[in-house]
Design a protein around this ligand. Structure first.
Ligand code: PMP
Ligand code: GLN
Length: 386
């Protein structure tokens, strides 16, 4: 029997996420699921073996609240080798339950009621709800899905006396845009001038194409001192279901971050942390990833090129956006549903990443799939009657 609690929703505008609903629809119709972003392939037997090894070794009780030290050390080393800030494993690195928890805990650490946080939309779906549940106010800089550059004057104009932080994401979900060093330096200049904190979502750091290099906020001196860098092993090692992430931040920020983290999860899955620490010792395990996905991006792009979409190759992440304005006027949610049920290919309508209704007529396809799956999906898309 339902109990009347009189509860007032903290997130009245939020329903089940678009990723869940499109995956459900794909399953219902037996469609190829290029919607929710997850790899179709498994992690390596080596990583699976390491997980088993540490479970059998009895590493099965609570990990330290901040994460097992060998993993924190491995992350520190990897980050330093990439030319980024030197984070101290003891006081500046925390292992989290995926990047989702890192992002939520970072927001929760800094946002008080009435604080404004600047977001660039299209924005990943967890950012705004994290701000709102903490009493904050998301302030949006709206960019088209195929944007070329950020107008930093527009960003500065959005800063008020209540602005607490800016959240960024590079490589970007859903647009596949990669910010270069100049963008991050501009951000650093603004953040310093207005004394803002930064939350930088870098979960696709190892999926970046055409010779581009990931520039972490932790590589820019003016940013590193005021940024929570949120990362994930889910994308890097094909283990989205293991929910292993981390947060890098200077000691003063990390001390406060851990006060929140310890009451969300306390600590995360222990044996995986030991397994990842050992696996990270071999840089080839993540350095090969960009080439692996670049080939898949090309395969999918070439296979859908003649359909008539307006598109440009994704710069990073495992998403390709396509604009169908030359083919149809249909609303993107309606079209994504129709393509799933009638043509057997599920995608994500990019309007789901915007706060206000938009008409960019753009769909996001995930190409983290077997070649046969991508080719089959492209063939089906080629037969759609627009
Ligand atoms: N940020 C972005 C941009 C993402 O795409 C995702 C998940 N795909 C996350 C954060 C969440 O990462 P995790 O699965 O490690 O929680
Ligand atoms: N980040 C994944 C995506 O963008 C989905 C994660 C989720 O389902 N919450 O598709």
């Amino acid at each position: 029997m339902a109990v009347l609690t009189g509860i007032r929703s903290k997130l009245p505008d939020v329903g089940t996420t678009i990723f869940t609903s499109m995956s459900r629809l794909a399953e219902e119709h037996g469609a190829i699921n290029l919607a929710q972003g997850f790899p179709e392939f498994d992690c390596t037997p080596e990583l699976q073996g390491l997980l088993e090894k540490y479970m059998r070794m009895g590493r099965n009780q609570y990990a330290p609240m901040a994460g097992v030290m060998v993993l924190r050390e491995a992350i520190a080393e990897k980050n330093l080798a990439a030319g980024n800030r030197d984070y101290h494993p003891e006081t500046e690195i925390t292992i989290t339950s995926g990047a989702t928890e890192a992002l939520y805990a970072a927001v929760s650490t800094i946002v008080r009621p009435g604080d404004e946080v600047i977001l660039f939309e299209p924005a990943y779906d967890s950012y705004a709800p994290a701000i709102v549940t903490n009493g904050g106010v998301p302030v949006y800089i709206t960019l088209p899905p195929q944007y070329e550059y950020v107008d930093w004057q527009q960003v500065e104009a959005a800063i008020t006396s209540r602005t607490k932080a800016i959240m960024i994401n590079t490589p970007h979900n859903p647009t596949g845009k990669v910010w270069d060093r100049a963008d991050l330096e501009q951000l650093g200049t603004l953040a310093e001038k207005h004394n803002l904190l930064v939350i930088s979502d870098e979960v696709y750091e190892h999926i970046i194409f055409d010779g581009r290099r990931h520039v972490s906020a932790s590589a820019i001196a003016s940013l590193a001192e005021r940024t929570f860098v949120c990362g994930s092993f889910g994308k890097t090692f094909h283990i989205t279901g293991w929910k292993q992430g981390y947060c890098l931040a200077p000691a003063e920020l990390t001390a406060e971050f851990r006060k929140i983290h310890q009451f969300i999860v306390f600590s995360v899955f222990t044996p995986v942390q030991f397994a990842l620490a050992e696996y990270l010792k071999e840089p080839a395990h993540y350095q090969a990833l960009s080439a692996f996905y670049e080939r898949k991006r090309d395969l999918f792009y070439n296979a859908i090129e003649l359909i008539g979409f307006v598109m440009k190759p994704s710069e990073g992440s495992f998403f390709q956006n396509v604009c169908y304005e030359n083919l149809s006027d249909e609303d993107d949610v309606v079209l994504a549903q129709r393509l799933t049920s009638e043509s057997g290919v599920a995608s994500i309508p990019v309007s789901a990443f915007y706060k206000q209704p938009t008409h960019y007529r753009t769909l996001r396809f995930c190409f983290a799939k077997h070649d046969e799956t991508l080719l089959k999906a492209a063939e089906r898309l080629g037969k759609v009657r627009w």
